[in-house]
Design a protein around this ligand. Structure first.
Ligand code: DAH
Length: 358
């Protein structure tokens, strides 16, 4: 008995003092393995007389299970603290600035597109894309610009090799063909915006052969000019960060809208500089209108049930006005000094809650 008591305290001490899971395993093998001390004592029970054997057997079993429990407890403590240590080691301090220091800048075109998407996305528009290479039908005919229409001349189209007709391929001259693709392939209602590249054979201080637009299209059962105006006024106020920005809609002409309008916003031109906001002057900002019923019908939509409004925004122009970039051509020169000056932090993603960089 005394032997067992001292063995128990010896074993408990060594379990307590074990430094690793390997140490614990060594103790288990030395005591309870095939050739272990407790195992040998169990085997020795057979030589005892029945009375003594019963009591000794119980004591020995108790010792064995207590030691096994102690080993298990210690082992799981060690596993926990090993995990804690590993987690501490892998800890990241999210308050530290990124390393290496951020170097890239977001191009003002990308930034402006993200801002437009953030504002209109919040209003419930979905972002859709379409191909840069279009056929004649989607770029022109379906938009109510048939082959002999004078509006075709204004588009300075890049034609791709081909044999003419509705299948002739072009580099899209505007993002409006994506209106057609969307209406042809789905069911109204539609609320979409289409950011993307557009192409025209024109190059000077205010024109580039490749530029960007964002198209907007809403089609529903009760869509009217009030919706168009509310949406675009709200958009311009959010984009330029001027809560009471004055706006007006001037009658205009686009084949795919009827009536058509151009939207102007208030500005001042004091001392050669341009400031958006209250003032005595107006600045043309975008084209818009109610979708021409012919366009709806071209896409198989019943124009006696559905109406829509549409708009087209020139991204370069919006970026130049908001960020005071004077020359269009600098957008495409890939000049790193320019990009460092006019570019944006990649960590500052525009959003309506986080801010738009005004
Ligand atoms: N597609 C026109 C252009 O590139 C812009 C435009 C004007 C788009 C009016 C529209 C719109 O959707 O309603 O000149």
């Amino acid at each position: 008995m005394e032997d067992l008591d001292s063995l128990r305290s010896e074993l408990m001490t060594s379990v307590e003092g074990a430094a690793s899971i390997d140490d614990l395993e060594a103790i288990r093998v030395a005591e309870m393995g095939k050739k272990g001390r407790i195992t040998a004592m169990m085997k020795g029970l057979g030589n005892l007389d029945p009375e003594t054997r019963k009591a000794a057997g119980q004591n020995l079993n108790k010792l064995k299970s207590d030691v096994a429990d102690a080993l298990e407890t210690r082992k799981s403590e060690m596993a926990d603290s090993e995990l804690d240590a590993r987690l501490m080691d892998e800890r990241m301090d999210m308050t530290l600035p990124p390393r290496p220091e951020e170097e890239g800048r977001i191009h003002p075109i990308s930034q402006t597109i993200e801002e437009v998407v953030a504002i209109l996305g919040e209003m419930g528009f979905s972002v859709i894309e379409g191909p840069d290479i279009e056929d004649d039908w989607h770029n022109f005919t379906a938009l109510n610009i048939p082959p002999d229409h004078p509006a075709r001349q204004e588009h300075d189209t890049f034609y791709l090799p081909g044999n003419g007709g509705d299948e002739r391929l072009v580099l899209r001259t505007h993002t409006s063909p994506v209106q057609i693709r969307t209406m042809e392939s789905g069911e109204p209602p539609f609320r979409i915006i289409v950011p993307g590249r557009t192409y025209r054979c024109d190059y000077d201080a205010t024109h580039s052969p490749m530029f960007h637009q964002v198209e907007g299209l809403v089609v529903d059962r009760e869509t009217h000019m009030g919706h168009l105006k509310g949406c675009l006024i709200e958009f311009c106020r959010a984009f330029f960060g001027v809560d009471d920005l004055p706006a007006r809609f001037r009658p205009s002409y686009f084949p795919f809208t009827e009536p058509s309008a151009e939207m102007d916003i208030g500005c001042t031109r004091e001392g050669g500089g341009l400031r958006i906001g209250h003032g005595d002057d107006w600045l043309e900002i975008l084209g818009c209108g109610m979708v021409n019923p012919k366009v709806l019908e071209n896409c198989g939509i019943d124009s006696s049930v559905y109406q829509g409004f549409a708009f087209g925004i020139g991204i370069e122009r919006m970026a130049m006005l908001k960020y005071g970039i004077p020359d269009l051509r600098t957008f495409y020169e890939s000049d790193l000094r320019w990009l460092r000056h006019y570019g944006f932090s990649p960590l500052n993603v525009p959003s309506m809650v986080g801010g738009l960089n005004q």
